[in-house]
Design a protein around this ligand. Sequence first.
Ligand code: IVH
Length: 674
Amino acid sequence: MINRIKELTEQLNQHNYNYYILDNPTISDYEFDKLLEELTRLEQEYPQFAQPDSPTQRVGGEITKQFVTVPHVFPMLSLGNTYSIEEISEFDKRVQNALLQKAEYVCELKYDGVAISLVYEKGRLLRAVTRGDGVQGDDVTQNVKTIKSIPLKLFGDYPDFLEVRGEIVLPHKAFEKLNLEREDIGEQPFANPRNAASGSLKLQDSSEVAKRGLDCRLYLVLGESLPFKTHFESFTKLKEWGFKTPETVQKCSSIEEIRSFISQWDKEREQLSFDIDGVVIKVNDILQQQQLGATAKNPRWAIAYKFKAQRVATKLLSVDFQIGRTGVVTPVANLQPVLLAGTVVKRASLHNYDIIQQLDIHENDWLYVEKGGEIIPKIVGVELSKRQEYTEKVSFISHCPFCNSLLIKKEGEAATYCPNESGCPPQMKGKLEHFISRKAMNIDSLGEGKIEMLFDNGLVKTSADFYHLKTESLLGLEKKIVGDDSTERIISFREKTVENMLAGIEQSKEVPFERVLFAIGIRYVGETTAKKVASYFKTIDAIANASKEELKAVDDVGEQVAESIVQFFNTVENLETIIKLRETGVQLELNEEDHQLLSHVLEGKSIVVSGVFSISRDAMKQKIELHGGKNVSSISKNTNFVIAGENMGPEKRKKAEKLGVQILSEIEFENIIK
Ligand code: IVH
């Protein structure tokens, strides 16, 4: 069996390389998935034979509770940087003066993400560490292993020890998708792809990281007696060893060539699929690099030219306050339209109360709008010389502009909320839009402005009302819709439209419980959390009756999410909607198959799992459930036993011993359920 596991590991790694690095797949996605399925199955059956470079790690599953700090083999220096070509010229003079032979340069892009050090031993990815303070950083190996363009196993004549450095970036498409998802569950969107990449790298659940779509651009190779003499050649070697190398690296032997590389990418950077914030200029010859050496902070053989953020001043016309589905208030500046980096900017988010305070914006001010690495323009300051006399400071509203409720801002949180969840029109409409959305109940026959129409005509107030709609009340309803570009469209409910709508609503009764749980719109409960909570508790009643502590036993659920779930089920209006949904036949529990227990051996037992197991912690908890046990998050005198994996926290062990709670190993546990 071990041979088949090894063979599949190798084959799949090769296919991964063909697909992600060479861009030249030799098997179909279907065939690839079949092989991966086989390997996953075999590894589950024979975990002792799983290879350290197994491609199954790409989908994640490992949970890192706390990232361990590890020292760097070579310190991670940063680059001196400049915004002027003159200073690049001075850098060149310094370099040439210090060397006996003329230096040639390599120009490459300055990727705007998070620096990473990848350590390979005997061709296997051993460790991935963040920059940290340059001397030591966080071990984020499990998360980095999910990035498909980073090889887990090298090919060819690689050295025994190799360190490759690069930048983890989040491409624009993945960034936009992630932010839409976050807004959808009432979480603050990330300000830019760099922050999103950094946040993703620090997630505890690597299967979540796998879904984020991170990528990596490489820029430096370190080690001893490496088989190349120049930085440029190092990329050829990297490619041979199985790395994805950048195609934009260029040799330059004069300031003129450097200047033209910079101006080319200053223009073309908008067409890239990820953010860059400048260009890096490096001495090509590695011996020359060594002769030049480094200061305490920066190498003397490289410099970064940073692009100036593109910025214009424009006049503030007014500030709107928008209310999202979860009640978060977002101030939006309406601006005199202005051209910035190729697009006309008319509106820009002012994010929240604190930002308006910091910027100290007054009515009619001239504001600076900037588009730097980020794709969304942001307001970065005020041109005070143009401020008119006696203008009032822009104030944040105290009451909701739509329902007049007093707004709430919690200590330590940036967001301001309208608390009137069930009576504030934009929140109600937002919740309905969310309910029917693709990942929720997927009723696409209700899209395109229909919700607005149903809501404005008083036909639907909560999601349960969809299920009571009748043909007679819908036929003939009409509405004029004005698009962003001022084009007008009339939508009217004709027979066919109504028929489709009602059929779509009817069909949604088949949507499985986990998606219904996502659809009902509990703040902070996204698609994945909903799935985990549903499979753990099985029924909506069990969730509604669960305490905060019980909810926290689910891997994905922390204090904030648990609090939000409890609050949701403590609200009368939400309970009423759920009662009505139940009457209509919407799935409010997992179906029979998912319900069935494998045995009752753990019935009535409260169990705590701690540490790392041969399967993911989620899978472990599911096993407990399937045998009738109950997972709890912390050890108390009511705990029946603790299952201890590798690296069980010493505090937990002490507590269990003190309370006399039995500690079982994974094998002992397996024997019990057998
Ligand atoms: S070389 C010893 N090349 O910019 C020199 N860095 O302040 C190591 N970066 O921390 C850096 N693109 O995270 C280099 N093409 C590139 C880069 C790059 C982005 C980042 C890197 C570094 C920071 C420099």
